[in-house]
Design a protein around this ligand. Structure first.
Ligand code: ADP
Length: 672
């Protein structure tokens, strides 16, 4: 007889920590959260029975500190550790340390992780086990001449991959033999700096590739099952954006071949727990049983596991806990159902129109689709309204997961879920996700990993501000709408009785200028807005969930929320924010001309390329700022002479000065 844990520690943060805690609670298992200084008030901390601080905000000082995490488990009497994904989840040294401390690691053995840890060794192992592997060279030799001749044997185009790779780093496509040496050098340098290991493998570059992966599960009694496939072909920079199950267009024959190979792969390493076998598929002629190849195995729970849960109705975290406690797999292969179609979209705080620059900010307003309505929408998140997206961690806000009877129904459900999501305070990729859902190729199931890049411009056009949004913001900022709803007779009366010159002032900040408007009440639900150049009459009705604004050429239904220094207008899944200035503080705000560059977000000055006194040209890179785990080059907006520049290695706050120019810019941005 096995005994279920009475208390577990979750060695992670964000949505996945919350996800694991929820299942533990459902099963009556106590939970311990760990957190960094930056996460003291995070949702996962609030949800857990107990929480332990494991260090400062940077992950190397907290979520990657195996010693602190194990000490926290021992101190709180946790019997097992769930690693979530990322961080220490695929670190065999951590697994060894957990076991040595007398605790259970909720995941596979250290040996299984090691066997799949390096792409070259894993591929050799899979070849031996009879699993199809992408044609290529996975050997030890690393000399340029050997690799170049292997590349010629494989046939161009080829893909150079870091054997220790992850997240698409150290990967280079080479189309022509003349470019091989150069690409190899740059792949090696990137691999060295990312993984401390510059060894590579070379494989055939698959044309029109699809990424299809199989969810597997093993137990400690020699059983392995699969839970069908997921298609994760919609990627940007080798990162998944939208995932779904089943794979569009898959036949029973192809599914049998892929899931069979996946189960074989898991058996080859005596796999226990949740794992994913990733295959690359040549989709030039549709899905064929002999056109898929093993790419790698992820020896943990995946970000996209909810799509599998939606089509099987199973709880994969529950399975992980049962297997780790020594139980047999809850179901046999034949008992695992497959119902309908599920899609997941990763909602990020980032700006698609600005090359997906990670966005930070406070989530002043956050509302997800009515998830429990009919079980067709599920939201996985680690944040609440009022929380801040910090520069220290992955800026994912939530995963939206939908289920439908078929793919068409799931696509509709996702489009609805995206438009029903309300976020104000930070820029999100929701409009980009919605554009993807509507993309005719995706809708037709004709997916491949190049789809997003091919149509990137079209998919990332900035959303146009809806007609009437500004007017609604002005009306809301005037305070008159709220008073009308509250039935303040004085306001109404005043509107009728006073002459029309009595207008409520509202000042907006528009593209660096302050613009004054006046709002007057014309009658019941009727208002006039007078601006510098225009005057408009409108009608605003209060509906249960939104305002309904009508005017000549305008018919807008939207919500408004007050955010610090402004108003956000929410409609169709997008938020437009209007900065409202306090008329009395305006005088003070004048100043700060174009001779200064400020930090767009908090970060670390990674390198400084020029010094005070240097004369620089427009476009020249002045310094590199590392923020949100990415490097951003800050370049000169105009020619000039540097008066002051931030020092290398310094931490800067949002809006703090990075560079000051000696000669003021020729163009004064405050003039029209
Ligand atoms: P990483 O571990 O760095 O994420 P993977 O080996 O998992 O690297 O590959 C990431 C992505 O790169 C895949 O999902 C696929 O889009 C693309 N890719 C990988 N191998 C090939 C290949 N041989 N041909 C074409 N594309 C590939």
């Amino acid at each position: 007889m096995t005994k279920m844990f009475s208390r577990i520690l979750v060695a992670n943060r964000g949505e996945i920590a919350c996800r694991v805690i929820r299942t533990a609670q459902k099963m009556g298992i106590g939970t311990v959260a760990v957190y960094s200084d930056a996460d003291a008030h995070a949702l996962h901390v609030a949800m857990a029975d107990e929480a332990v601080n494991i260090g400062p905000a940077p992950v190397t000082d907290s979520y990657l500190r195996a010693d602190h995490i194990i000490a926290a488990a021992l101190k709180t009497g946790a019997e097992a550790i769930h690693p979530g994904y990322g961080f220490l989840s695929e670190n065999p040294g951590f697994v060894d340390a957990v076991v040595k401390a007398g605790l259970v690691f909720i995941g596979p053995s250290a040996d299984s992780i090691r066997a799949m840890g390096l792409k070259d060794a894993a591929k050799r192992l899979m070849e031996k086990a009879g699993v199809p592997v992408v044609p290529g060279y996975h050997g030890e030799a690393q000399e340029l001449v050997v690799l170049a001749s292997k590349a010629r044997e494989i046939g161009y185009p080829v893909l150079i991959k870091a054997r220790a790779g992850g997240g698409g780093k150290g990967m280079r496509k080479v189309d022509d033999p003349h470019e091989f040496a150069e690409a190899l050098g740059s792949a090696r340098r990137e691999a060295k700096s990312a993984f401390g290991d510059d060894r590579v493998l070379v494989e055939k570059y698959i044309a029109k590739p699809r990424h299809i992966e199989v969810q597997v599960f093993g137990d400690n009694h020699g059983n392995v099952v699969h839970l069908y496939e997921r298609d994760c072909s919609l990627q940007r920079r080798h990162q998944k954006v939208i995932e779904e199950a089943p794979a569009p267009g898959i036949t029973a024959e192809v599914r049998a071949a892929m899931t069979g190979a996946a189960v074989k792969a898991a058996h080859a390493i005596n796999y226990s727990g949740a794992g994913t076998i990733e295959f690359i598929v040549d989709a030039t002629e549709g899905l064929k049983p002999d056109r898929f190849w093993f790419m790698e195995m992820n020896t943990r729970l995946q970000v996209e596991h909810p799509v599998t849960e939606m089509i099987t109705g199973l709880d994969l975290v529950e399975w992980q806990l049962r297997v780790a406690a020594g139980e047999k797999l809850p179901l046999t292969q034949k008992q695992i159902p497959l119902n309908g179609h599920a899609i997941e979209a990763r909602l990020y705080a980032e700006d698609p129109a600005k090359s997906f620059l990670p966005a930070i900010g406070t989530l002043h307003h956050l509302a997800f689709p009515a998830s429990v309505r009919d079980g067709s929408v599920r939201t996985e998140t680690g944040v609440r309204a009022g929380d801040t997206i910090s520069p220290y961690y992955d800026p994912m806000i939530a995963k939206l997961v939908v289920h439908g009877a078929d793919r068409t129904a799931a696509l509709t459900a996702m489009e609805n879920a995206l438009t029903e999501t309300e976020i104000a305070g930070t820029t999100t990729n929701a409009p980009f996700l919605a554009a993807l859902i509507r993309h005719e190729g995706f809708a037709a199931g004709d997916v491949d990993t190049g789809l997003i890049d091919r149509d990137l411009v079209r998919l990332t056009v900035p959303v146009a501000v809806e007609a009437g949004a500004k007017e609604l913001a002005i009306l809301y900022a005037s305070g008159l709408l709220k008073r009308a709803v509250l039935g303040d007779p004085w306001t109404t009366l005043r509107g009728y009785s006073h002459n029309s010159t009595l207008a409520y002032p509202v000042v907006l900040e528009e593209a660096g200028h302050t613009v004054r408007y006046g709002v007057s009440v014309l009658g019941d639900e009727r208002y006039a807005i007078t601006g510098p150049e225009t005057s408009i009459e409108l009608r605003v009705r209060h509906e249960p969930a939104c305002w309904h604004l009508t005017a000549k050429g305008i018919n807008l239904r939207a919500k408004t929320v007050a955010i610090p220094n402004g108003i956000a207008v929410l409609s169709k899944g997008a938020a437009t924010t209007f900065a409202v200035a306090d008329p009395f503080l305006l005088a003070e705000a004048a100043g700060n001309a174009g001779d200064r560059l400020t930090a767009p977000m908090p970060g670390l000055v990674k390198s400084v390329r020029v010094a005070a006194g240097d004369v620089v040209k427009k476009g020249q890179i002045l310094l590199v700022l590392e923020a949100m785990k990415m490097e951003h080059s800050i370049s000169a907006p105009h020619d000039g002479k540097i008066a002051e520049i931030a020092s290398e290695g310094s931490q800067v706050k949002e809006k703090s000065s990075l560079v000051r120019f000696e000669e003021a810019a020729a163009v004064d941005s405050t003039k029209n």
